[in-house]
Design a protein around this ligand. Structure first.
Ligand SMILES: C[S@@+](CC[C@H](N)C(=O)[O-])C[C@H]1O[C@@H](n2cnc3c(N)ncnc32)[C@H](O)[C@@H]1O
Length: 182
């Protein structure tokens, strides 16, 4: 069962503001709606909950115009889609908008496949995610590491390889740079 991870909710609270238009990609039940400040929240999923803030759609072909959102996040969903998902996120982010990808690492995905029979079509890895972000035009690509566990977990800029190895998460924060201004 998917839950609200406190370290993810806390990160969204820090990144999102009362004037952010926010898109939750692969939102599932929409557990993160209402956990952070924003002007608008939109959840998109192949099977989205009913409600005016939710849209049924495919992350690899988003039904939004270019430059629509200030913050886009994807929790345990980007590894289902990969390249088209990252490219679409870049397209619909406003200039200087932020993408946060919270994915499970390869080991955790393998475990989920064994224990829950989940099938992930993409051979996913931290390195692959980083290179897709770079090739899709994202800048300031920063891995975040999760420190601690459960309620006390928090994120900090990647510092220790040891921490990364212990964590089941692969987390990247990246920015769509305002190309017109550069
Ligand atoms: C492990 S769940 C995570 C749900 C939610 N992000 C959360 O943390 O509670 C993965 C979600 O990704 C969605 N998903 C998978 N492929 C998708 C796609 N191509 N387009 C949109 N959603 C997709 C699934 O329907 C599922 O709800």
């Amino acid at each position: 069962m998917q839950i609200v991870y406190p370290f993810i909710a806390q990160t969204l609270k820090v990144i999102c503001t009362g004037i952010s238009d926010v898109l939750d990609l692969g939102c599932g039940e929409g557990f993160y709606e209402g956990t952070f400040p924003c002007r608008s929240y939109t959840g998109l999923d192949l099977v989205a909950p009913k409600g005016e803030n939710y849209i049924m759609g495919d992350m690899s072909s988003l039904p939004f115009p270019n430059d629509s959102f200030d913050v886009i996040f994807a929790v345990a969903s980007m590894y289902f889609v990969g390249k088209p998902g990252i490219e679409e996120a870049h397209r619909v982010l406003k200039p200087n908008g932020i993408l946060l990808v919270f994915d499970y690492n390869r080991k955790k995905l393998q475990k989920l496949e064994e224990t829950e029979g989940l099938v992930h079509p993409i051979n996913w890895s931290r390195r692959k995610l980083r290179s897709l972000l770079r090739n899709s035009g994202f800048k300031n690509i920063k891995p975040l590491s999760m420190m601690g566990t459960g309620r006390h977990a928090f994120l900090e800029p990647f510092a220790y390889a040891r921490t990364i190895r212990r964590s089941p998460w692969v987390i990247f924060k990246s920015t769509k740079i305002n190309e017109k201004a550069t």
